[in-house]
Design a protein. Structure first.
Length: 688
């Protein structure tokens, strides 16, 4: 699958950003957040709930004189804290801590903000005196707002945040979702948020209503969480009472979102199953009256999908609160695209003759394999001869073929062996109808002997036939004729045909005239466009598969009349390390490079203390390609380009933009255990 693409070298613009492990938190550079927010949601996530709150703070505040601090392992004291955080008393973020000690990173964040005051929510049983002492020892002014219980604490917070208010929101003190749903709006509008018991309003809450001068109360949540008796009790006390509610926590959330006036230029999304991420995020959302959407664990309701679809159509920027464990890749995909239909995942299974290597690659696929992979294409070194003969790595009678096929079948995947051909050998074969017929016969035998489900044909760089008028006319017709005959034969056997074709950007790339993309797409089940090796082994250093280039190639393919729903897009799992190895006749440097996987790239950067940056191919590149330079022990300068979860994520978003069938990455041999942990869930996000 390796090839050389003759194309102009585009000057790359590099920028530097803080690089952390993207397995947990893919980083989108500041330069491109605005232009990618409609298609690439920003995710604010740390390694814990406490760290996520810090990430939220860093996203929303460069400076704050004061902060709110609440316990992170339980919700009651903190629920009303969002209104306090937005109030003039604080006007800063809401941070979380462990009860017994100040959580790691919290003090550093307070110091980064330049804060001088911290308001602790709850009694020492919620946030200990040790935490308070840690803060005061640093010269910070600490105030504690507490009541005898959660209802009293909410009252003290409300009186401090909004001393006088005609309106109040009243939510259940027994659970968190309804309070979280209203919290960003309450904070943005300066309306206190109080808590109630299920059957009656606590006395301390009634006292707070009187102290605030409240006349209107809006109950948040259905009659299952706040009984009608509560409304009757309040009405008997001459309060005007209404209710915002739905069938469940997600229904109530949507009722709030649809009934109240929000600024929906941005939408924040947090899990509805846990409280910490939404709590910290609501303070950020409240800055500009943005809504908080509570995401269910698996699937949005029809009403939820409709709400997200409307915001998506308006161009809203989505911000996800929390890591992959709380808002999954699949859920992010639904939020981003609204598309819940799965796409095809063809993974090249490149063991290169080692049975054990094939087994290792199968073992890397986590959980249920078909959540990530549909087809595997083993490279059994299926090379062709000029006479149409097919040679494989093991003897024809080897049990390895069937055993590997059966193992893949056992995991629910189909097996499509890879057949390679190129150059003069390919030309000689294609010129001969007898040789073409023989190769088709050999492929049929291969599929019968191995129980495989079809083939991937990878015919690259066919040469011209030397015709004066159209040098590629003959080879183009013969290549198409071969694929049509093969497809007809295998279709009768209920076998699949995939063809891997070289990428093309324009009609000026005459050396690719052998590919009649439209005709070939009609002679296959899937057309895999190999959108990688834009920069290759002996080219000057550069991105292997830059985002804008992929789109240029697909735009050209689409313009040839190809049904894009049959197209698989290529992405590389490998990177390259280039060095200068000499000069050409013009005195310009020549290059050579070695390939390696993502984990090796990180190891190299770490071992040489290199700074990884993201290099943009052009202004249309949303995230760029990771790159770094280093000098080895011999004084040789190296330039490295590779892909990571951030750049893969951006490229995979192209699938839906062009309505593609799916993806065909090269290749699993570059994937190790560490890479697989984040890579396969990323595939699931975009394909499932």
């Amino acid at each position: 699958m390796k090839k050389s693409i003759k194309t102009a070298v585009v000057t790359l613009t590099a920028f530097t950003l803080l690089f952390t492990s993207p397995m947990f938190t893919p980083i989108i550079p500041e330069e491109v957040k605005a232009e990618t927010s409609m298609t690439q949601p920003l995710r604010l996530a740390g390694t814990s709930r406490y760290d996520t709150a810090i990430q939220v703070s860093q996203s929303g505040w460069n400076y704050a004189d004061a902060v709110v601090l609440a316990r992170g392992d339980d919700f009651p004291d903190a629920l009303a804290g969002v209104v306090l955080a937005k109030s003039s008393l604080v006007n800063g973020p809401l941070l979380l801590t462990e009860t017994a000690q100040l959580s790691e990173g919290v003090l550093e964040e307070i110091q980064r903000l330049g804060a001088t005051k911290v308001t602790i929510l709850g009694s020492p049983g919620a946030v200990s005196e040790k935490v308070e002492n840690t803060l005061t020892d640093q010269g910070l002014t600490v105030e504690r707002l507490e009541g005898a219980n959660r209802y009293g604490t909410a009252g003290e917070i409300a009186k401090a945040a909004v001393p006088q208010s005609e309106k109040v929101f009243l939510a259940s003190g027994s659970d968190f979702p309804d309070a979280l749903s209203i919290s960003s709006y309450a904070a943005a509008q300066g309306i206190p948020l109080l808590l109630t018991e299920k059957k009656s309003v606590p006395e301390v809450t009634l006292e707070t209503l009187q102290a605030l001068g409240v006349s209107e109360v809006t109950l948040i949540g259905g009659e299952g969480v706040i009984l009608p008796e509560v409304q009757a009790q309040l009405e008997d006390l001459d309060y005007t009472v209404d209710r915002l509610s739905g069938a469940d926590r997600y229904g109530t959330n949507l009722e709030i979102l649809n009934s109240l006036s929000f600024n929906t230029e941005a939408v924040y999304i947090a899990t509805g199953a846990k409280f910490p991420d939404a709590l910290a995020g609501a303070a950020l959302a409240a800055q500009n009256n943005h809504p908080i959407v509570l995401a269910p664990p698996k699937a949005f309701s029809e009403e939820g999908m409709s709400y997200l679809g409307s915001r998506r159509d308006e161009g809203a920027a989505f911000t996800l609160l929390g890591g992959w464990g709380v808002i999954s890749y699949g859920m992010e995909s639904i939020i981003r695209t609204g598309n819940v239909n799965p796409k095809i995942s063809l993974q090249y299974w490149d063991g290169y003759a080692s049975y054990e290597t094939y087994l290792r690659q199968l073992s890397l696929i986590p959980g249920k394999a078909t959540d990530y992979v549909d087809y595997v294409s083993p490279n059994w070194r299926g090379s062709i001869g000029t006479d149409g003969s097919l040679k494989l790595v093991w003897d024809e009678g080897s049990s390895n073929y069937k055993q590997l096929t059966n193992m893949a079948h056992g995991l629910g995947m189909k097996v499509l062996p890879l057949i390679n051909g190129s150059g003069a050998t390919l030309n000689t074969l294609l010129k001969s109808p007898a040789a073409r017929e023989k190769l088709i016969g050999e492929i049929v035998v291969l599929l019968k002997n191995t129980n495989a489900d079809g083939v991937v044909i990878d015919f690259e760089t066919p040469l011209d036939y030397g015709d004066v008028k159209d040098p590629y006319d003959g080879v183009r017709n013969d290549l198409t004729a071969f694929m049509e005959s093969l497809h007809s034969e295998l279709q009768s056997m209920n076998k699949l045909v995939v063809m891997a074709v070289m990428p093309r950007m324009s009609s000026s790339q005459y050396w690719l005239d052998a590919y009649d993309y439209e005709a070939l797409s009609q002679a296959v089940d899937y057309l895999h466009v190999m959108t990688y090796d834009h920069h290759y082994r002996t080219s000057a250093p550069g991105p292997i598969s830059p985002y804008p280039w992929i789109k240029q190639v697909l735009t050209y393919i689409q313009g040839q009349g190809v049904d894009m729903s049959k197209v698989l897009m290529g992405i590389p799992y490998y990177g390259r390390d280039w060095v200068v190895d000499g000069k050409n006749a013009n005195g310009n440097p020549t290059y050579n490079s070695t390939a390696f996987g993502y984990s090796k790239a990180l190891e190299l950067a770490d071992s040489y203390g290199a700074t990884i940056t993201y290099s943009k191919y052009n202004d249309a590149d949303p995230v760029g390609t990771p790159t770094f330079k280093y000098t080895d022990e011999k004084g040789v300068e190296h330039t490295v380009f590779f892909d990571d979860y951030t750049s893969w994520n951006a490229k995979l978003s192209i699938i839906n933009e062009f309505g593609l069938a799916g993806v065909g990455p090269w290749a699993m041999g570059w994937v190790d255990e560490n890479t697989a942990e984040g890579l396969f869930p990323l595939l699931n996000q975009h394909l499932r």
